[in-house]
Design a protein around this ligand. Sequence first.
Ligand code: FES
Length: 190
Amino acid sequence: MHNNNKNLSSSQVIASAMLSDEKINFRQYLTSAEMKAIEHEVLIMENREAAGIEALKVVQQHRGWISDDSLVAIAQCLNISSAQLEGVATFYNLIYRQKVGRYVIHVCNSISCHLNDYENILLTISSHLGISYGQTTEDGLFTLLSNACLGNCDKSPAMMINDKHYHSLTPDSVIAILNGLSLNVGQYYD
Ligand code: FES
């Protein structure tokens, strides 16, 4: 999936220029579980380079996002350059190069959703959570991002939160979904 988030993309470019491989030893940085999962991906790919996106997903799954240090460590582990791996991370919009909230909301802004009240959905989320695109709520719960078509055009407007898809959205249903997720976290910490 192509990266359509301009805020994250521009910072990725800056981060890429500042990456330094010298201070990281991937064997110390990555956990044994992460290295094991990355090696598993390498085994089922043609070569180590081809495992880049899956290796990024592995570490993101464990840490929530891909910091500069994580990117360098993964590149070392795969024996490819950090710049090469940065290119992969930049292209794929579900790899987060900045810290994100527990729930990452991807609101579809493609044509069918645009024609079916997308702006009202975005406005509802934005005003309910007090954040705009590219921002995270102060409690660290929600990050709001745009997304190209999520494949639910016949049931637009649509959004995805983490890996779950929601469609046929209305302002009321969106608020109910967000409140439900907030409540889940509250219960989780009780
Ligand atoms: S245009 Fe929004 S899901 Fe396809």
